[in-house]
Design a protein around this ligand. Structure first.
Ligand code: ATP
Ligand code: MG
Length: 386
């Protein structure tokens, strides 16, 4: 992508309304913009990060044997009355009546909807076990939306649900999800803690939270998994015939990840004074090409050639072809945090060496034109190791 025709509105100043480092950097690097408290737009760079996070989650969920589906964000209040959670969830759930008089709500979570689906389609133990998941926008009227996407009123969650015929099956699926979560967070470069937690409003007995310690002292929960047991299936009547022909309630587990909150968690753990330092797998681009002066034809041509070479190799790169001072470009580069920078200055033509700079530790490497792609691939290989 060419920076000159991209929408990457970076900010020099620290926005006054942002209390946490991640919130400040997400605004400054042009990842998000606020529409109103707790309501955010994801700009192109932010969306690229979100897509990368979702890809990692999909890969790990699929390889654990879970299947993706997409449930409606609109739900009926009647379903929540049947599960018995209508009162408990209270004001957090956004409710309204449509023009037909249907009492609806915007899904804050999906245990009810998925259990209703299971109720109407799972008849026999032969259809179990099953793990279904989705990546979807959730709505919660939070009392105090804060820290940008950390606690928002509209946010993206990955929610998975397991269905089993007995406790042994639930234990197996629960451990499978626990392992998948650990791989997911590791691939995102996160240092995290897995701790036993209180199941709270979800119900059930066993639950684990995945916590990401932040420098600010705020620990931001990025995932939460629960052994629900039969709470929802009993309330909604989701039963199956066991191998003896007896009707039994399906045994459930549920597994959530705060997809959009993860962007903030990653930044909290991976930044410096100048800006974001993206871990390799989630980086919006892997390489940033910086011709120091684009009015110099030779430099601009060299940069364009390198950009074309990397595109051919499927290495996602951003070319800073803006007619800006070198200082501005370097500052923006540090701010948006692309892992590898290729700097094309006058030196490149004096001694034929191209400068590579690693964002994480500012280490500089030199390589000649011929070996550039080889060198980048070598750095990529090292960086991709979690
Ligand atoms: P919290 O304890 O932070 O209020 P929760 O326990 O209500 O979260 P869950 O219902 O377990 O959240 O949802 C699964 C995941 O969704 C959480 O682990 C969290 O990462 C994310 N999440 C929950 N609420 C929000 C929100 N308002 N904004 C962004 N992400 C959220
Ligand atoms: Mg929770």
């Amino acid at each position: 992508m060419l920076w000159s025709n991209s929408f990457i509105p970076t900010l020099r100043e620290v926005p006054a309304e942002a209390e946490s480092v991640s919130h400040q950097l997400m605004l400054r690097a042009g990842l998000i913009r606020m529409l109103s408290a707790g309501i955010y737009s994801y700009l192109p760079l932010g969306l690229r990060v979100l897509d990368n996070i979702e890809n990692i989650i999909q890969q790990e969920m699929n390889s654990a044997g879970a299947q993706e589906l997409l449930l409606p964000a609109l739900q009926t209040q009647e379903l929540w009355q049947r599960s018995g959670r209508d009162k408990e969830i209270g004001e957090v759930m956004i409710r309204f009546t449509d023009r037909r008089g249907r009492k609806l709500c915007l899904g804050p979570t999906h245990e009810e909807v998925i259990t209703e689906l299971a109720r109407t389609h799972i008849r026999s133990y032969k259809q179990l076990p099953l793990i279904l998941y989705q990546i979807q926008t959730k709505f919660r009227d939070e009392i105090r939306p804060r820290f940008g996407v950390v606690r928002a009123c509209e946010f993206i969650m990955k929610d998975a649900y397991s269905f089993d015929k007995d406790d042994k099956g639930l234990d197996k699926n629960y451990n499978l999800m626990l392992g998948a979560y650990q791989r997911i967070f590791k691939r995102m470069g996160l240092k995290f803690l897995t701790i036993e937690a209180d199941p709270g409003v979800m119900g059930g007995k066993v639950s684990h939270e995945f916590m990401v310690p932040a420098k600010s002292g705020e620990d931001l929960e990025v995932g939460h998994i629960f052994k629900l047991g039969t709470k929802y299936t009993e309330a909604l009547g989701a039963r199956f015939l066991d191998d003896k022909g007896k009707l039994q309630p399906i045994i459930m587990g549920c597994y959530g990840i705060g997809v959009s909150r993860l962007i903030a968690a990653i930044i909290e753990q991976s930044h410096d004074e100048e800006g974001i330092i993206w871990p390799w797998e989630v980086a919006p681009f892997k390489v940033l090409i910086i011709p120091v002066d684009v009015t110099d034809k030779k430099m601009a041509n060299e940069a364009a050639k390198i950009y074309a070479r990397l595109s051919k190799e499927n290495i996602e790169s951003l070319l800073d072809d803006r007619d800006e001072r070198a200082g501005v470009k370097f500052k923006d580069a540090e701010l948006i945090g692309i892992p590898l920078e290729i700097i094309i200055g006058k030196e490149a033509f004096k001694n034929g060496k191209i400068e590579l700079k690693r964002r994480r530790d500012k280490k500089v490497f030199f390589t000649d034109r011929k070996n550039l792609v080889k060198k980048i691939k070598q750095v990529m290989k090292d960086e991709a190791k979690p």
